[in-house]
Design a protein. Structure first.
Length: 422
């Protein structure tokens, strides 16, 4: 072997050894933090000992009741910079792209990936980060913000960004469902459903999207469903539980749907799924319970069998539809599993967490940081420039006109406040 080739081989070997040492060091840091998490759920500067000073921001352009979240890109980037986080920006066009962008960012060494949007934006970004060292940050811009609420992420923009920058990180669980007819296993953060509620889910999604054609076929089929003989096996225990049912719920978080507490005992960090089997409930009784849940007046009854498990297998005499986080994915038979502690996320005092940081720690972590326009550096300017084409379309377009009107209204309010204070 030539001397030059030998030197190259040695350099390659040295790089491999260095990478192996880095990986080992990261795993040791991970082990230490996981051990500490049993006593103190706070991990400063990220769960891998990394400084959360660089991030990929994935934003949904149409989140929230007004579908105008894209107008907040510049403000979000500036507020992140005020907390020392330099953000690159990606606009979420489709869920699969958000998932791929998040996975690629983790591989490229981003310590932080931020999902700005609603639950439909958070889910694919979270899926892309499962099993990686990157921390998921959440800026809730959606209508219901179930995941953010369960994790204790404030809905106020500045407080949410301050929480992300604080380094308060939890390792949380993700649900995984494998159903017949699905092209691949699907993950869920909130809840999976089997039965009539799963059949009705496409109806709600179509109505929300303004698509009315499928209603004539989907709605009658859902209404005509009758209770089906079903077996629910928990953690492979024999015999399976049997029920004549229209609905089985498998929850990873307490809150789901249109902002409802559907599974009060569910926690995102307890390594368990909460199961609810609605035995011999009719469509009318299920509809009445849904209304009561929405009004915060629902109470448990003897016809709801509840349990917890790490794995749930559901089989039914007639195929029942299966939904994961509001997406229809297949039908029974289906298997549901919990992926324990597989996702790192910036979290606070959430109703869906078993282990919580001290309230004083969270209060100190969510203190606003001053935003100084003149202190914007080159990295921040590039991030804003990337988002500018999407933020400012045609100068005379309706979006630009609306943004200009909002800006003038804010200026007027500020002038009035100044005159009042003077």
């Amino acid at each position: 072997m030539k001397r030059r080739d030998l030197q190259r081989q040695r350099r390659r070997l040295a790089k491999r050894v260095a990478r192996a040492n880095d990986t080992l060091a990261a795993r040791l840091v991970e082990l230490r933090h996981l051990e500490e998490a049993h006593e103190a759920p706070v991990a400063l500067d990220g769960a891998r000992g990394k400084k959360l000073s660089r991030a990929l921001l994935i934003i949904n352009t149409k989140s929230g009741p007004n579908n105008d979240s894209i107008l907040r890109v510049k403000e979000i980037v500036q507020r992140l910079a005020a907390h020392g986080i330099k953000a690159d920006v990606r606009v979420k066009l489709r869920k699969k792209y958000a998932r791929k962008d998040a996975r690629r960012a983790a591989k490229q060494g981003y310590p932080l990936v931020i999902a700005a949007g609603g639950d439909g934006t958070i889910a694919p970004v979270a899926e892309g980060l499962i099993g990686t060292d990157a921390v998921l940050g959440i800026i809730p811009l959606g209508t219901y913000n179930n995941v953010a609420t369960s994790l204790g992420v404030p809905t106020e923009l500045e407080a949410a960004i301050a929480l992300i920058a604080s380094g308060l990180v939890r390792a949380v669980d993700v649900g995984l469902v494998t159903a017949a007819g699905a092209n691949r296993p699907r993950t869920f953060l909130e809840m999976a459903l089997v039965g009539v509620s799963a059949a009705m889910m496409p109806v709600g999604q179509d109505v929300k999207a303004g698509k009315w054609r499928r209603l004539s076929t989907v709605l009658p089929a859902a209404i005509q469903m009758t209770p089906t003989s079903t077996e629910v096996r928990l953690d492979k225990v024999t015999p399976a539980r049997e029920a004549l049912t229209l609905l089985v719920e498998i929850a990873n978080a307490p809150r789901s749907g249109p902002g409802m507490i559907t599974s009060p005992a569910a926690r995102l960090d307890d390594g368990q799924l909460q199961v609810a089997i609605y035995d011999e409930h009719t469509q009318a009784s299920l509809a009445a319970r849904f209304v009561a849940l929405k009004m915060g007046m629902a109470a448990d009854d003897a016809g709801i069998e509840r349990a917890s498990a790490r794995r749930v297998d559901v089989r039914s005499a007639n195929a029942l539809p299966v939904v994961a986080d509001a997406k229809l994915i297949g039908h029974t038979p289906a298997r549901f599993e919990v992926l324990t502690g597989c996702l790192l996320v910036a979290a606070g005092l959430g109703i869906g967490l078993e282990q919580k940081p001290h309230p004083d720690v969270v209060a100190a972590a969510t203190v606003p940081a001053p935003v100084h326009e003149e202190e914007r550096d080159a990295a921040e300017a590039r991030a804003i420039a990337l988002a500018t084409p999407a933020v400012a379309p045609a100068k005379n377009g309706p979006l630009a006109i609306a943004a200009d009107a909002i800006g003038k209204a804010r200026d007027t309010i500020d002038n009035l406040r100044g005159a009042r204070d003077a």
